[in-house]
Ligand binder design. Structure first.
Ligand code: BTN
Length: 329
């Protein structure tokens, strides 16, 4: 009954009378009052006004499995969803669950990570009460060589999801190839994709995302290239709303990608989000660094870099990274 009362209060912008709640759920006023008390203790701000009833004032700050599940409108992404107050790493947990048979769409979310992992063996600082840390488990039925494109699919979904929030719809948010999300030129999100596969068969893919939502201290060096949504916006963002928008966007884009097994349909939209498009970049290739102008991605997600002599090279994300010549982007 608690979930149903919450759902009703969420849907209603006006007060819902106690009498109406009693009638709908066939319970006493005391029972309704008890449920309201429980919801309040979970962090929901519920106003109670004599002769008018109850009104949900603010669910933005509540971050729990129930709140997340209540916001989610997807068909398969985030179903099931497992929420942890504290965990080592959501990616590690998702991989363990995958080994134990968890299905396509399973989502692991944590408020805090004690051993968050970044790309290239780096740590991912993951303090509690501030940010989004989640890992989505996929069991794609295509060949392993296509899997690296999934990271780009998630990058697009993150940007689209962010832009769905009215507070962020006009924000300067884009992608630094292949998969860092940047706002006003600094990183706000990193993506770590891990796969278990045989030569021609994917067992599972885990896409982990860390999004800097709340204002936080980054330390002098990191502060030059990292920031958070709230620091840039000067306003609070609901983590659960954001996550649900991202998952909805992911589900849609993944559907298109899995049907075509190419980024052809997504390419233009990705390239519009690409912050290093038409910029000078330095390609850190183990075989030797070189410079050129980033032109956008091709259907396989490779970055097209035009060299000074006019030749175009296709850069594959797995092997190299790309750095801006005049700064992080
Ligand atoms: C990067 O280095 O840019 C990628 C960072 C990925 C961090 C996320 S947070 C959720 C998930 N769990 C992890 O341990 N890492 C990813």
């Amino acid at each position: 009954m608690k979930e149903e009362i919450l759902k009703l209060l969420r849907e209603e912008t006006d007060y819902v009378s106690g009498q109406e709640l009693c009638r709908r759920f066939q319970v006493s006023r005391t029972a309704v009052w008890k449920v309201v008390g429980q919801l309040r203790s979970e962090g929901y701000e519920i106003e109670a006004v004599r002769n008018r009833g109850y009104r949900l004032v603010n669910a933005e700050d509540v971050y729990s499995e129930k709140e997340l599940a209540g916001q989610l409108h997807t068909v398969w992404a985030g179903r099931p969803l497992h929420f942890f107050e504290t965990i080592g790493s959501t990616n590690v947990r998702a991989k363990t669950e995958a080994e134990e048979g968890a299905g396509h769409g399973t989502l692991i979310v944590a408020d805090m990570q004690t051993a968050g992992r970044g790309r290239r063996g780096r740590d991912w600082s993951s303090p509690g009460g501030l940010n989004l840390y989640y890992s989505l488990l996929l069991r794609p039925e295509f060949s392993p060589d296509k899997a690296s494109m999934l990271t780009l699919v998630m990058a697009c979904a993150v940007v689209r999801g962010m832009k769905k929030l009215p507070e962020l719809s006009g924000a300067d948010i884009g992608i630094k190839w292949p998969n860092d999300i940047v706002m006003n030129g600094r990183k706000i999100c990193g993506i770590l994709t891990e796969m278990s596969a045989e030569r021609d068969y994917i067992q599972y893919v885990v896409i982990g995302c860390g999004i800097n939502v709340g204002k936080q201290e980054f330390g002098e060096e990191l502060a030059k290239k990292a920031t958070s949504l709230e620091a840039e916006l000067g306003q609070k963002i609901s983590r659960s709303r954001l996550l649900s928008e991202i998952l909805e966007a992911f589900e849609e884009i993944y559907g298109e990608f899995a049907a075509a097994l190419s980024l052809e349909k997504l390419k233009d939209s990705y390239n519009e989000m690409l912050v290093n498009r038409n910029r000078q970049v330095c390609v850190l290739d183990p075989a030797g660094e070189y410079r050129g102008t980033a032109k956008g991605i091709n259907d396989a997600g490779e970055l097209l870099v035009e060299l000074p002599d006019g030749r175009v090279r296709e850069v594959f994300a797995g092997e190299v990274s790309v750095r801006g010549i005049y700064g992080y982007v």
